[in-house]
Ligand binder design. Structure first.
Ligand SMILES: [Zn+2]
Length: 90
């Protein structure tokens, strides 16, 4: 399946049209700030209000958004199911 989308570093859904361009993921609302390398998972992301990627990933699994404040904005679960998903471990 080639949907032309790239994987979000936070939620692991293929939901971004381009990588590293400050795109906001519709699934989890993480702003793609290139902190996707595993080694950078504990660096606070200014674009994401000081959240680390590791915390954002944990929040997504727990809440369904990168943080509680973004919960009202994320895609509903039905819409999310149309996207490719490949969970990764940090
Ligand atoms: Zn995401």
């Amino acid at each position: 399946m080639n949907d032309g989308l790239t994987q979000c570093d936070c939620c692991d859904y293929f939901a971004l049209s381009v990588k590293g361009e400050w795109e906001i993921c519709p699934v989890c609302f993480w702003e793609d700030d290139r902190l996707g390398e595993v080694i950078e998972a504990d660096i606070k992301s200014g674009a994401n209000h000081g959240l680390t990627l590791r915390d954002a990933r944990a929040n997504f699994l727990l809440l369904g958004a990168c943080c509680r404040e973004m919960l009202p904005h994320v895609l509903p679960a039905e819409a999310r199911e149309r996207l490719r998903y490949a969970p990764r471990n940090l």
